[in-house]
Design a protein around this ligand. Structure first.
Ligand SMILES: [Ca+2]
Ligand SMILES: [Ca+2]
Ligand SMILES: [Zn+2]
Length: 409
């Protein structure tokens, strides 16, 4: 097997990929990284010279098994290595080599040719990253960055590609929405939480007697968000939990800092029997917005779709119109959000995107009857909203003469 590699060694807070993908250079960004473009065609190719950046260094060797070595410290710093093309059924394995004592845990990711996230893992000496390619990709990139709250440090990884593995089949997911009471519900390895059945008044006094309207809006929002995918969403109002394997989204309780919580980010939905909770009472803080019951239901539904997204393998993104976003305002959260193809939140990786529709399609598959996923309406809607947001922001600045003539006399 031959691997053709191109090393992109970048370790700067605002560095972006150049050379192989010049379109990614932001119009006003600084290009601080240096690119080493090397095509090593044979297993005995010479070692690629290492690049010493201002805050990191890295190198890679082409063979059946690549060795990737570097050092990174501080959040926002990362390195990218181009690993060449890859076929569906290729298994990529990234092992931490135990040469440092102890080796620093680092976030290791794989991106496809579109810089969309394929897999993410905190790699340590005992915890490798493994990923079977669902689709062929003309390029695969390996990314390394220090973990959140971690210092980073030196790393050396063995990167192995072996072909011919079975592509994991897509698998339907059943989800039960529990609006009833909960007893000792365990989520994200927290101690069990108990709560009473959902009631609109938990969201604020203005929602007293509006429980049914709000619940319907929650269920409708979630069913819309997952309408293209093979996800069956059932409500406790329609019956008891299904007999077969299912995940549960609970609606109850409160948390001082959270709207929702999921067991984990379950890459490609390895576990069909997980829990998430939507902290209904926390939403009472939005009572001041005087949202209609339908709007409040939309807001809760966005969060529920977000937590279910984690249970199906989705990470945080940076687009207030996207369901996996965490950066928007409460007003953004009260509007209809969508699964989109959007930039990753920097806490996931400081580069790249998440193609949520693509990942859901590869994980649970399309709903029977949906033949081809057409993301264009979603993409167009997001683009339109982004344009409106920019337009509104500019209008407000233009109309404020005080700011423009603040120091005139
Ligand atoms: Ca899961
Ligand atoms: Ca929606
Ligand atoms: Zn989240």
């Amino acid at each position: 097997m031959r691997l053709s590699i191109c090393v992109l060694s970048i370790a700067c807070t605002f560095a972006f990929l150049v050379g192989c993908a010049p379109e990614l250079v932001p119009p006003d960004g600084d290009i601080l990284g240096t690119v080493l473009g090397v095509a090593a065609e044979t297993a005995d190719a010479p070692e690629v010279p290492s690049h010493s950046g201002p805050e990191g260094e890295g190198s890679a060797v082409a063979s059946e098994e690549l060795s990737v070595t570097g050092s990174l410290q501080g959040s926002g710093n990362y390195e990218l290595y181009e690993l060449g093309s890859s076929a569906a059924g290729d298994l990529w394995s990234v092992f931490g080599a135990d040469i440092f004592s102890p080796p620093a845990p680092m976030v290791v990711v794989l991106f496809d040719a579109n810089h969309s996230l394929l897999m993410r893992r905190v790699v340590t000496a005992s915890s490798p990253l493994e990923h079977v390619m669902r689709d062929a990709s003309s390029r695969v990139y390996l990314g390394v960055t220090p973990p959140n709250g971690g210092d980073g440090g030196a790393f050396r990884y063995a990167v192995r590609r072996t072909g011919g593995h079975a592509v994991p089949a897509v698998r339907q997911q059943t989800v039960w929405l529990n609006f009833g009471p909960g007893s000792q519900v365990e989520v994200h390895s927290r101690s069990g939480i108990s709560f009473a059945a959902f009631d609109g008044v938990m969201l604020g006094e203005g929602y007293e007697g509006r429980s049914e309207t709000i619940k319907q809006a929650i269920v409708q929002a979630m069913q819309e968000d997952y309408a293209s995918y093979d996800v069956v969403i059932l409500s406790s109002d329609d019956g008891p939990p299904p007999d077969g394997p299912h995940s549960t989204v609970h609606f109850g309780s409160s948390d001082p800092g959270l709207l929702g919580l999921a067991d984990n980010v379950d890459n490609y939905n390895q576990d069909e029997t997980q829990n998430a909770v939507i902290f209904i009472e926390t939403f009472a803080r939005f009572d001041v917005m005087r949202l209609e019951p339908e709007e409040m239901g939309q807001m809760v539904g966005n969060v529920a779709s977000h937590e279910l997204g984690h249970l199906l393998g989705l990470y945080h993104t940076l687009d207030p119109d996207d369901i996996m976003d965490t950066t928007g305002t409460a007003w953004d959260l009260a509007e209809d959000q969508l699964f989109g193809h959007t930039p990753l939140d920097s806490t996931v990786f400081p580069f790249g995107q998440e193609d949520s529709p693509g990942l859901l399609q590869k994980t649970v598959g399309l709903r029977p009857g949906v033949v081809v996923l057409d993301p264009s309406p979603h993409t167009a809607k997001m683009a339109r909203r982004a344009m409106i947001r920019r337009f509104a922001g500019e209008q407000i600045r233009w109309m404020c003469g005080t700011c423009q003539h603040l120091d005139d006399h």
